[in-house]
Design a protein around this ligand. Structure first.
Ligand SMILES: [Mn+2]
Length: 371
């Protein structure tokens, strides 16, 4: 059996207030849809027997109408073609309160879709293979019960078995994303007391083997600079031979520049170095620069607009500025300049005693910042 394993598509994610001129959508939101659509397209090239999505299909438990439409369009294409899709919900889309209802109830209505999303283990027999699906569980007790159910279920069947789950695999290494609600998964083979033909994992945004037959496929786009060094893509898995091939997706470059030590530098030297670095940056990239050890004088002199102009080819430039450590007796300085909307909000908070119309001020400021 040939599987296509992918994960962490985070449909509905958006960032940076940059608009795609053609669609009028947030450009990063559009990027995430494009990556999802690309994987669905490749399903029709590779013709796997089963497609597996290991969670975080959506970025939130209540995705936008558009995110839902994009997801259902892709799922409908698979369903219509008779290609089974096995999926589990991840921590991003699983509601914390059961009564909210899961967005996965919608895709689960399609023929050929096998979705586990109710905080419990579900087994689906698809093309003579048992798929044990362990979705994100909001409660520790749910996970404990699911692990017990897993142990009981595997004993009752001798068919080939694949396990699909979403969470931070925790054995010799820890594969977490640093999210407050992430689920810690023990070695699931040890927990089940059997071995699986394959374990398809989601949550960690990097394609990595956690043990010989267990892999994260990685995400299909990058949700932040923590993912900057990882490749995005999907895995093709041959259950009989155990062969796995990672297929990278061509996604928007995300580049984190090495931190620049500005000790003793003039502003002109900083611009020159940034300009030289900028020449290595491709069109449309998302870039982070870090300037460290800025003297108070240099901090005031630096023209941030000029820096933006040096990187005009980028989709977004994130600037992190750190002043040099205060001398003995100095008051601690603000450590970084955050994005304009964040700084503006912080400024508003400080004016709370000012006695003017805060809401009006906020609306005005936001309108200017959008321009
Ligand atoms: Mn996740």
């Amino acid at each position: 059996m040939k599987l296509l394993h992918f994960s962490d598509t985070h449909l509905g994610f958006s960032e940076y207030h940059r608009i795609d001129p053609q669609s009028g959508l947030n450009q990063r939101e559009r990027d995430f849809y494009a990556a999802w659509e690309k994987v669905i397209d490749t399903v029709f090239e590779h013709r796997p027997d089963v497609v597996v999505h290991a969670g975080d299909l959506f970025h939130t438990p209540r995705p936008s109408n558009r995110a839902i439409r994009v997801a259902l369009e892709g799922i409908q294409r698979l369903s219509d073609a008779g290609i089974p899709l096995v999926m589990v919900s991840g921590n991003h889309e699983t509601p914390r309160i059961r009564s909210t209802g899961s967005i996965f109830e919608a895709p689960a209505l399609f023929p050929n879709v096998f979705a586990a999303f109710s905080g419990r283990l579900q087994r689906f027999r698809v093309r003579d293979v048992d798929f044990y699906c362990l979705p994100h569980c909001s409660l520790t007790e749910e996970l404990e019960q699911a692990l017990e159910a897993l142990k009981a279920e595997v004993e009752s069947s001798s068919a080939p078995r694949v396990l699909v789950s979403h969470g931070a695999w925790t054995s010799k290494s820890f594969y977490g994303m640093g999210e407050f609600n992430e689920q810690r998964l023990p070695d699931l083979e040890a927990a089940a007391g059997v071995s699986f033909d394959y374990i398809a994992l989601g949550h960690y945004h990097r394609c990595i083997e956690v043990k010989q037959n267990a892999c994260y496929s990685g995400s299909t786009e990058r949700t932040g600079f923590n993912d900057h060094g990882s490749r995005c893509g999907y895995l093709l898995v041959d259950l009989e031979s155990g062969e796995r091939v990672f297929h990278p997706l061509a996604v928007r470059p995300m580049i984190k520049a090495p931190a620049m030590d500005c000790t003793g530098k003039m502003a002109s030297a900083v611009y020159d170095e940034l300009e030289a670095f900028s020449r290595t940056v491709p069109e449309g990239a998302v870039v982070q620069i870090v300037l460290e050890n800025l003297s108070d004088d240099l901090f005031l002199r630096l023209d941030l607009r000029r820096i933006d102009e040096l990187f005009s080819q980028t989709l977004y430039l994130e600037k992190q500025l750190f002043r040099s450590a205060p001398r003995e007796g100095d008051k601690p300085a603000a450590s970084a300049i955050r994005s304009l909307p964040v700084e503006f909000e912080a400024f508003l908070q400080k004016q709370a005693e000012g006695g003017f119309d805060m809401e009006k001020m906020r609306r005005l400021g936001e309108a200017y910042l959008q321009e």
